[in-house]
Design a protein around this ligand. Structure first.
Ligand SMILES: C[S@@+](CC[C@H](N)C(=O)[O-])C[C@H]1O[C@@H](n2cnc3c(N)ncnc32)[C@H](O)[C@@H]1O
Length: 276
């Protein structure tokens, strides 16, 4: 076990102020929010709006996202996280930047979201990925994010570490730490191969993870390793620690067959260096 591995925690039942609760419920029920055409959604199965609303709730209850935050969305896809955030972030004080290697997603977001919400901005970064962007010119390991130091309060990385090799994840966590303000938060989802997840009982049958050599990566499909990547328990904890974060929450998801409020595993990590 790595020295900075933290035990998983039960998710505290967060009690939100009534007006925040009302707002989240209102966003989840809002049938007027834009959705991309079904055949252009490349970010996974499931109800686009329901998943976005679910994550917005997690950002607020588990991560402490505030309406005034400056948000960075790493791997913004086709706006699944951004659409509900348009209804939550404060129109003058909040802001959002998203980037992704897939141009179609960035274009849909720009024409649909930025046109109505100019404080939501998207860009394509041509980072190579075997499945999402095979012709990309920048290696993820050498990636430097095009944002100033300490320019964000809250970074989300949902269902992206589940498609990255270990060395790229390390680069991203270092870069995210750089662009986060002290005490800023990272909300990260992943597949953690703890003891329970290593047994097949109850686990999502699509995720037949096998360890790649000595680890830390586990691949569900050796023919397409980046289709679903898991990590040895403790690996992400250690990376977060060495990248300048303290882990505030490590909550294991129900993909492994335990009861949980979310499917993938969730880390909420705080950038060190803020006021004690
Ligand atoms: C499963 S999708 C999740 C998208 C989005 N976060 C969401 O939850 O809707 C994975 C995303 O990661 C993006 N991606 C792949 N490689 C990436 C990289 N090296 N850096 C940033 N994003 C990447 C893909 O293009 C895709 O949009």
């Amino acid at each position: 076990m790595n020295v900075h591995a933290v035990p998983s925690q039960n998710v505290p039942a967060a009690r939100l102020p009534a007006e925040t609760e009302w707002l989240l419920e209102h966003i989840a029920q809002n049938r007027f929010l834009p959705q991309p055409p079904a055949d252009s959604i490349f970010v996974g199965d499931g109800d686009f709006q329901a998943i976005g609303a679910e994550f917005l709730r997690h950002f607020v209850t588990l991560g402490g996202l505030r309406r005034s935050h400056r948000v960075l969305d790493v791997g913004s896809g086709i706006g699944r996280m951004a659409v509900p955030l348009t209804q939550y972030l404060h129109p003058e004080r909040g802001s959002y930047e998203g980037f992704d290697p897939v141009l179609d997603g960035v274009m849909w977001c720009t024409t649909t979201i930025t046109a109505a919400y100019p404080r939501f901005r998207f860009q394509k970064l041509d980072v190579a990925h075997a499945l999402y962007n095979p012709g990309g010119v920048v290696s993820g390991v050498e990636m430097s994010l095009p944002y100033a130091d300490a320019s964000f309060d809250f970074v989300v990385m949902v269902s992206v570490a589940t498609h990255l090799p270990a060395d790229e994840l390390a680069t991203y966590l270092r870069e995210i730490s750089r662009v986060l303000a002290p005490s800023g938060k990272l909300f990260l989802t992943a597949f953690v191969l703890d003891e329970r997840a290593r047994t097949t009982e109850g686990r999502d049958a699509r995720l037949g993870f096998a360890r790649d050599g000595e680890g830390p990566c586990w691949f569900a499909n050796p023919q397409a390793p980046l289709a679903a990547v898991g990590f040895d328990d403790g690996f992400i904890d250690e990376l977060l620690h060495t990248s300048g974060f303290d882990i505030g929450l490590k909550s294991l998801g129900h993909w492994r067959g335990v009861s949980a409020e979310h499917y993938q595993d969730v880390f909420v990590a705080m950038k060190r260096g803020g006021r004690p």
